[in-house]
Design a protein around this ligand. Sequence first.
Ligand SMILES: NC(=O)c1ccc[n+]([C@@H]2O[C@H](COP(=O)([O-])OP(=O)(O)OC[C@H]3O[C@@H](n4cnc5c(N)ncnc54)[C@H](O)[C@@H]3O)[C@@H](O)[C@H]2O)c1
Length: 283
Amino acid sequence: MNKIAVLGAGIMGAGIAQILAQGGYSVIMRDLQMTLVKDGLQTIEENLEKEIEKGILHNEEKEIIMQRIQGSTDLADLHDADLVIEAVVENMAIKKQIFAELDNLCPYHTILATNTSSLSIAEIASSTRRRDRIVGLHFFNPVYKVKLVEVIKGIDTSPETLETARDFVQNLGKYPVVVSRESPGFIVNRILIPYLNEAIWVYGEGLAEKEDIDLAMKLGAGMPRGPLELADSIGLDHLYASIQVFYEEFRDPKYRPHTLFSTMVRAGYWGKKSGRGFYNYRD
Ligand SMILES: NC(=O)c1ccc[n+]([C@@H]2O[C@H](COP(=O)([O-])OP(=O)(O)OC[C@H]3O[C@@H](n4cnc5c(N)ncnc54)[C@H](O)[C@@H]3O)[C@@H](O)[C@H]2O)c1
């Protein structure tokens, strides 16, 4: 892997571009507008500055890492990438369109990976002619902190592609966990998202105040963060889209979102990123 491209300069795209550059790779980070690319670059710079403050990184190293990341709005810049990691919005139609474009643009050896949290790798791969070279690489937020990466096999992913992806993750200093059969949410979100949804039901039914629900799970179940604060931090819009996928895929009412959840998402209460979720972040 000489050149790696990341599609999307949002929360995940910027985080992935950062660890790749820290791992010594040349990275192209592409988003739709230059302002979004610049925001992503700024986030990376701020993250690195925090590492300097902690004494983990030197200023000169930060400069070298930043120089390895090239921002772009032009998909054509990805034409010689050996690996593309897609981290755009969680929308199947958009992802399929992007993968079809990448399939036409990139050489056959290029592995196209998706960071999707809940969409089907097989369906994304169906928009390409290289289904054997499509794989899920599911990083977690914040990417520079969380050591786990789920490496997901789509129905047509070849053993070689899976092995290359697994080795790549390991070389980045992360722990790969292979998910050998795709299913919504893979491992972590399959367990985590229904848990967060249940916490929203508990809150929606008026069983307790939000602070008490969070405290109960921290002290009573040993969770490092309460479910409602965690939901705010993940992003309620993103979480809502994921639980909808579970609900539709499994047709099981246990994945039903509470109407409070739908209302909050429609109102733009998306958590930390919008300044308002279960908690208020504006003051
Ligand atoms: N946020 C999380 O905690 C998290 C964790 C793991 C995986 N994911 C997955 O990662 C992906 C990205 O999530 P995010 O939270 O970073 O979203 P985000 O909204 O922060 O960023 C998405 C970015 O993609 C850009 N984009 C949209 N269409 C594009 C295109 N055609 N080309 C390039 N860029 C495009 C948007 O402008 C935006 O900047 C999703 O699939 C999500 O499910 C998210």
